[in-house]
Design a protein. Structure first.
Length: 298
């Protein structure tokens, strides 16, 4: 019989049921599941299928409101060289963002120190704007780190706080991860914040679960995998597309009278997208079926 209090994703309980129970009652102190790397990778990617479908639905809503044209990141990505884009989005961004938003989901002193380091970096960027506030913030961060490192590596005070307010901590970092991405859009549409950052918030739920149940390294892998999937069409166009394609498709959106090789490339990308969607739908349907079967066996 399944464990009602703390279902394990590696047990007979369906993965989707385990995930939904986690979202209702996240446990930030429970050790990661003792499963193989193959199982952790399988669980991570299977859950991603459902989240990718939800993200696509949210993007359809954003497009329906005509908000995609206010997206600043799209133009930035198109201007970057392919390898720079890959290193920034698939390597650097996952490491930095997971360190900021997922590493603190467990009460380690190292987590707090790393977070304060990133706050210091951000503070230096605005030092000329508010030097007084920066000095106060830095003094608080120094005091915090002195206290933290005077204790054991797993800080008792923070461990107690994490055990009492797991939902608050988990959803704070999840929502914060979504909110910081509002900078991807122009200020004219910031009043639609909940809709604009919905894709990142959805992916943040998945990444938080992966970080806590399988480990921090897996959340970095998952983040990089997601960014890579989203940017793969752009990367393929940049690497293999002709100069004419770069000028017409990226700059003007006009893809008429392109060379045959570009048309083949477009066909490959379309097949990749359609195949990925079909695989996601199949995986999501299978997981829903597993949930239904586990419910009927109770």
């Amino acid at each position: 019989m399944e464990n009602i209090t703390e279902p394990n994703a590696s047990s007979s309980t369906s993965l989707l049921r385990t995930y939904c129970r986690f979202l209702r009652s996240p446990n930030l102190l429970l050790p990661p599941d003792s499963i193989s790397a193959k199982q952790a990778r399988s669980h991570t990617l299977r859950l991603y299928s459902i989240h990718l479908l939800l993200i696509l639905l949210s993007l359809v809503a954003i497009q329906a409101f005509g908000l995609q044209e206010h997206n600043l990141s799209q133009g930035l990505f198109e201007q970057m060289p392919a390898w720079t884009l890959f290193l920034v989005a698939v390597v650097a961004a996952p490491v930095i963002e997971e360190t900021i938003f997922r590493l603190p989901l467990r009460p380690f002193a190292s987590s707090i120190t790393l977070i304060s380091s990133f706050i210091l970096y951000a503070g230096l960027a605005v030092a000329q704007v508010a030097p007084g506030i920066l000095l106060v913030a830095l003094a608080m961060l120094v005091a915090l780190n002195v206290y933290v490192w005077s204790q054991r590596s797993r800080v008792i005070l923070f461990k107690k706080f994490y055990s009492q307010y797991p939902r608050l901590i988990f959803y704070f970092f999840t929502l914060l991860f979504g909110i910081v991405h509002i900078g991807n859009y122009t200020r004219e549409v910031w009043m639609l914040l909940p809709l604009l950052v919905l894709p990142q918030t959805i992916i943040g739920l998945w990444l938080g679960f992966v970080r806590l149940r399988y480990g921090f390294g897996w959340s970095i892998f998952a983040h990089g995998f997601h960014n890579g999937c989203v940017l793969l069409p752009t990367l393929l166009f940049k690497v293999f597309g002709s100069d004419k394609f770069q000028a017409q498709a990226f700059d003007t959106g006009d893809i008429k009278a392109l060379p045959a090789t570009d048309n083949v490339l477009i066909g490959i990308v379309v097949l990749f997208v359609l195949g990925g969607l079909a695989l996601c739908c199949k995986t999501a349907w299978t997981m829903i079926g597993e949930w239904s079967q586990s419910s009927s066996s109770l």
